[in-house]
Design a protein around this ligand. Structure first.
Ligand SMILES: Cc1ncc(COP(=O)(O)O)c(C=O)c1O
Length: 457
């Protein structure tokens, strides 16, 4: 690949065999770290030849410009702290200090943590469930319009699209509502970095002001690599916001992988992605027809997200994921009571997807039974008692989940993955929340941090 300014600059520097009297301490040698040999060669620090992420110069800036063009954005800032860093930076760039924000309730816990850190007052969009499934539809224009009318002073809206389960929102339609209301639209596109490669208009091209893409989730990029993309926001504001939540020693291998992933996606990787998407559509169809499992169809799907609903097989998602892991060496992204979620990327060829289908049909034939009548619990709507900030910065203590009814959460209570909080800091933990968390397989800390005293409700 030729158009990789940052990766090429690092390789050229590494080839010069210079004396490295600077960080990192390994000095480009792998020593005892054989497995990291190539990574340590390229693991540099801020030098005139490598550039400085937060100054926006040199090969990093060149690489960011190419990424911005790929996503149709005016600005792109590389992130080495995942989409988490990008979401916090995005909110910091456009609001703070008591401002209202509208969040979709399927948001990631980084969004609610940002509300606590930045003192934002959230109002929630509760998207409807997809009929017959336990997963939610994308956010509708009508739902957003109503919430905006009720909260006209909110500064920004955060929408998760695609969702963990593969629902893509109509960002163009949502953007129309917000332009009239003069609110900023931030799209948590953590799961959608690959969309342009498969011909789906990404959030920035649909009119979002800011979008945050986790490259490491769906692109062949290193863990923690992500892109912060924006239109209509100055580069300085964006870069400063990213630096507030980022390390002052951003990883050059991670940034180089962001450069490479974009270049790869623009060529061969893009072609492979299209093939993977087409094959996934075939597998989806075969699962529907030949097994007792189903796959949800949203108004608009991420073609590469394979969500398998296990309810009609009478098996739990946990069980199906365990069978795949133990008997077939297939590891899933996540499972819950009723779903198994698999991420397909350009790295998954036909054979891998065929092997997955074979495993699923065998599990369905061997264990599939009459459904046990399980119907998903309704999504809890806990009562808001105080802002996330007040709850997070109060005096807190740990309480076991089963004993937490009546307390106010001081942290997001979210099974991980998907990291979607069932209870947000400042909300009352009620009986339904506890039952829902247990049914979904809550795997967080043994104790939940709560603020203040238990109520008697
Ligand atoms: C919807 C969503 N947003 C943001 C994040 C945070 O991404 P990262 O792990 O890149 O920080 C996640 C992580 O799972 C996520 O699912």
């Amino acid at each position: 690949m030729s158009d990789t300014p940052l990766y090429s600059a690092l390789c050229a520097l590494a080839d010069q065999e210079r004396l490295r009297f600077h960080m990192p301490g390994h000095k480009g040698n792998h020593l005892y770290m054989d497995a990291f040999a190539d990574a340590s060669r390229l693991d540099f620090t801020e030098l005139p030849q490598t550039g400085n992420l937060y100054e926006g110069a040199g090969p990093i800036l060149e690489a960011e410009k190419l990424a911005a063009r790929f996503y149709g954005a005016e600005q792109c800032v590389f992130l080495t702290g995942g989409a988490t860093q990008g979401i916090m930076a995005a909110l910091f760039a456009v609001c703070g200090g008591g401002d209202g924000v509208i969040l979709d309730r399927g948001c990631h816990r980084s969004v609610t943590n940002a509300c606590g850190l930045l003192d934002l007052d959230p109002f929630y969009l509760y998207p409807e469930r997809l009929p017959g499934f336990s997963v939610c539809k994308s956010v509708s224009k009508k739902e957003l319009f109503e919430l905006v009318e009720r909260n006209p002073t909110a500064k920004a809206v955060v929408i998760t699209s695609p969702t963990y389960y593969g629902a893509v929102s109509d960002i163009e339609a949502l953007g129309e509502v917000l332009r009239e209301a003069k609110m900023k639209l931030i799209v948590d596109e953590a799961h959608g970095a690959h969309l342009p490669a498969i011909g789906i208009k990404n959030a920035i091209r649909c009119g979002a002001d800011i979008a945050v893409c986790s490259a490491h989730k769906t692109l062949p990029a290193l863990g923690q690599g992500a892109y912060l993309l924006a239109n209509g926001i100055s580069e300085g504001v964006l870069r400063r916001a990213a630096s507030v939540f980022g390390t002052s020693s951003p990883s050059y291998p991670i940034m180089a992988s962001l450069d490479l992933a974009r270049a790869y996606l623009s060529g061969e990787g893009g072609e492979r992605y299209v093939k993977a998407a087409l094959k996934t559509a075939i597998i989806r169809e075969k699962i529907q027809i030949n097994t007792t499992f189903r796959t949800p169809f949203f108004e608009k799907n991420d073609p590469c997200r394979l969500t398998i609903d296990t309810a009609l097989s009478g098996l739990s998602g946990f069980f199906v994921a365990e069978c795949l892991r133990e008997a077939y060496r297939i590891d899933c992204e996540m499972s819950d009571r009723q779903n198994v979620v698999l991420i397909v990327t350009c790295e998954d060829g036909d054979e891998k997807l065929d092997a997955l289908f074979k495993a699923l049909s065998e599990i369905s034939a061997k264990y599939g039974k009459t459904p046990d009548g399980y119907t998903p619990l309704p999504l809890p709507r806990p009562e808001k008692r105080m802002t996330p900030r007040k709850a997070m910065f109060s005096e807190t203590r740990g309480v076991a989940l089963q004993k937490a009814e009546g307390f106010t959460a001081a942290e997001p209570v979210a099974p991980y993955p998907p990291g979607i909080p069932v209870v947000i800091p400042g909300e009352r933990i009620d009986r339904l929340c506890i039952e829902y968390l247990l049914a979904q397989g809550y795997n967080g800390y043994e104790e939940i941090m709560v603020a203040g005293k238990k109520d008697m409700k």
